[in-house]
Design a protein around this ligand. Structure first.
Ligand code: SF4
Ligand code: MG
Length: 318
């Protein structure tokens, strides 16, 4: 099976003061398969949004490769073919960034539909009204302006806008974190329903690890521009290996006794996330890690596959 998306040692550095760089994405490798959701989880400043913006062509990679169906698409958005533009779409945290307040929802949804009209397949919604119904909104919303919609409704319109081109991959950048909790579930359910019906692949970016338990097929944890652990969701929550993952999981509230038993013992982190301009040498987590050794301060660990499809980057594991 060829992955829909494959990133190989993707790097995105931004110039900073006096020849220094912000290493926002610093060698990320991952794969996403058809119909799969990969949760990309990290604190703010970990580089997870920069991964999405680079994949979609808003930034050019500093180094590394972006493959869509085995085809190199590492160029900026404006240089990509309409086909590629339509196959990889993004939903932002703030839906207003894709919704022009001076246009009706119908006009907004018509733009991607028109751009990709040659790509229709039978049964795929081909009108703004059909797209609205696809995301659970009444077709009469077509004649309204986005400012008259609630936050949740606007995000559903942004999702309709993203799927209008019949994409393979949708990058979801914290799509529900600006919404009320009651609305979040509704939007997530709609996303999962669309995934099943159209075999969509999702890169689901979030800082909310607990949300991934029921949404992601696999989970990747990002810290200071690097992925420190990737595993299938069940294994990830039952057998977290990286000290940083264990720290994140130990701060999630538990619901059942079973979960209490599975929960890693409380790991207290020391200090805050360092700045991506000043990434410490060796393992980038070493300033906060309770298991740090001299080796960790000098040598950046490689990613190792410890069990089938369970990868971790830490010197504790040989
Ligand atoms: Fe901690 Fe060392 Fe593992 Fe880094 S490599 S997470 S510092 S034990
Ligand atoms: Mg972000």
């Amino acid at each position: 099976d060829i992955p829909i998306l494959k990133l190989s040692m993707l790097k995105k550095y931004f110039p900073y003061k006096k020849g220094s760089f912000v290493r926002a994405v610093d060698g990320v490798s991952l794969e996403i398969f058809r119909g799969e959701t990969l949760g990309l989880v990290g604190e703010s400043g970990s580089g997870k949004s920069t991964v999405a913006y680079t994949v979609v062509g808003m930034y050019e990679p500093t180094n590394g490769q972006i493959l869509y169906n085995d085809q190199d698409i590492s160029s900026l958005y404006k240089f990509r073919s309409n086909e590629i533009k339509g196959k990889i779409r993004i939903v932002f945290q703030d839906p207003n960034s894709s919704l022009n307040p001076r246009r009706t929802i119908r006009q907004i949804l018509f733009t991607p539909l028109k751009l990709h009209k040659n790509d229709r397949y039978k049964g795929f919604p081909a009108s703004p009204e059909a797209l609205l119904e696809e995301v659970g909104l009444s077709s009469i919303y077509a004649y309204r302006f986005s400012r008259s919609l609630s936050g949740g409704e606007r995000q559903l319109v942004a999702i309709a806008h993203a799927i209008a081109t019949n994409p393979d991959l949708v990058l979801l950048d914290e799509p529900t974190s600006a919404l009320d909790v009651s609305i979040q579930a509704k939007v997530i359910n709609r996303l999962m329903d669309l995934q099943n019906r159209y075999k969509l692949s999702y890169l689901f970016i979030t800082h909310d690890l607990s949300l991934m338990r029921n949404v992601a097929h696999r989970v990747a944890i990002m810290y200071l521009g690097k992925i420190c652990e990737i595993a299938q969701t069940k294994e990830f929550f039952e057998k977290p290996l990286h000290p940083y993952t264990q720290m994140l999981l130990s701060s999630i509230p538990v619901v059942t006794d079973e979960e209490e038993q599975l929960k890693p013992k409380k790991i207290t982190s020391r200090g805050e996330i360092p700045s991506p301009v000043n990434i410490p040498p060796g393992c980038s987590f070493h300033l906060r890690c309770p298991f740090v050794t001299d080796q960790c301060k000098k040598l950046d660990p490689d990613m190792k596959e410890l069990e089938a499809r369970h990868y971790v980057r830490c010197h504790l594991y040989k």
